[in-house]
Design a protein around this ligand. Structure first.
Ligand code: HEC
Ligand code: HEC
Ligand code: HEC
Length: 285
């Protein structure tokens, strides 16, 4: 009889543990396919040019030209474009050997054969099937490849040799909030001093923009931000609480949120998806 009680208690414990595990996984994990690391060779900074991406642009153009000339039944031009389509399609596997099995070489041969035979309708059918092989690889890898190899990386950016990017961000938000707190509590001097610090911090941040924005000069702070800084300073001195709040809000949108909309979201997604997970971390999940 006792053994049955042990057995039932054991069953209940097991059931609870399973329920606990299932409950903990309420926030579902997503499985994504990460692109092969060999791709890095075909992107900056390992390469001088975005070779992979440019091969893709060529393929799209060649697919369009082949379709167009097959419809026109213009054999001379069709030959020319089909030739380079074949070349650049096969280049995919030359660049990333592990993707050789993603290529539909049978369809490519069919396309080449029908072009040689001047069988235009067969050529059009083959182009359509080839497009399926483009789509299937894109479904799995396109978005994550762009995110991995084309999202600017801020993790290595330094404001000065002993001030990393993230610490500077934390300083900036502390200053923004200190202005808000001091304004609300009527401590004008403190608010103005923090505004001075924030301005200085923004100037320092602005120096790193040109690391990457060389041609399209992105002055930071720009004219609009400077005007808002001036307006905020005068409302902190003589304005109402409402005016102070409005100016500070405008400043935060212009000077922080705009850039976050591009850089922080992309960089956060990249860091999350491309970080190497240790086995211990995976087991913990
Ligand atoms: C084995 C995988 C693979 C195959 C097959 C493939 N692609 Fe791609 N393609 C990619 C990846 C990965 C990207 C993302 C590159 C990036 O954004 O940096 C891409 C991006 C592109 C882009 C850029 C889209 C944009 O505007 O940013 C075009 C255009 C393109 N591919 C065309 C083609 C065509 C046309 C074919 C078929 C003839 C093809 N690709 C076959 C992997 C593939
Ligand atoms: C690590 C490189 C890098 C740094 C540093 C960098 N950017 Fe960018 N930024 C890029 C790239 C790449 C793009 C996307 C392509 C483009 O539009 O030039 C971009 C796009 C943007 C965009 C959106 C597109 C546009 O032109 O409006 C804004 C806004 C922007 N950056 C602001 C800034 C500001 C402000 C700084 C400095 C505080 C900065 N960036 C620093 C690489 C960088
Ligand atoms: C280059 C454009 C850019 C501008 C301008 C910018 N930020 Fe950021 N900020 C980023 C990026 C990118 C990250 C994420 C860094 C990372 O993930 O490594 C970030 C992260 C942050 C963080 C989180 C830091 C952490 O790790 O806890 C805060 C807080 C922040 N920014 C505040 C601000 C404030 C306040 C301003 C305006 C005064 C501002 N940022 C202006 C790009 C910018």
């Amino acid at each position: 009889m006792n053994r049955w009680i042990y057995f039932i208690v054991l069953q209940i414990i097991i059931a609870l543990v399973i329920a606990g595990i299932v409950y903990k996984h309420e926030d579902k994990a997503v499985i994504v396919k990460t692109p092969p690391k060999t791709l890095a060779k075909w992107y900056k900074p390992e390469n001088k040019r975005q070779v992979w991406l440019h091969n893709m642009f060529k393929l799209r153009r060649e697919m369009q030209a082949v379709t167009f000339y097959a419809e026109q039944e213009d054999n001379q031009h069709l030959q020319k474009w089909a030739q380079s389509l074949g070349e650049h399609y096969l280049k995919i596997a030359e660049m990333v050997p592990s993707w050789d099995n993603k290529l539909d070489k049978t369809t490519l041969s069919n396309l080449m054969a029908s072009v040689a035979e001047q069988n235009y309708s067969k050529a059009l059918t083959a182009v359509n099937s080839l497009q399926d092989s483009c789509d299937s690889c894109h479904d799995d890898y396109q978005a994550l490849t762009a995110l991995t190899y084309r999202t600017p990386d801020f993790s290595k950016i330094e404001i000065t040799p002993d001030l990393n990017f993230n610490s500077h961000m934390k300083t900036l938000i502390t200053q923004v909030n200190q202005i808000k707190i001091a304004s609300e509590d009527g401590m004008t001097d403190l608010a103005l001093a923090s505004l001075g610090d924030l301005k200085q911090g923004m100037d320092e941040l602005g120096k790193v923009c040109t690391d990457c924005h060389k041609k399209d000069k992105k002055p930071y702070p720009n004219q609009q931000m400077n005007n808002t800084l001036i307006s905020l300073e005068s409302s902190l001195k003589t304005g109402t609480l409402k005016e102070q709040g409005r100016d500070l809000g405008t400043l935060a949108v212009l000077a922080c949120a705009r850039c976050h909309g591009t850089h922080r979201i992309a960089s956060g997604a990249k860091n999350l998806l491309t970080r190497e997970q240790s086995l211990a971390e995976l087991l913990k999940h």
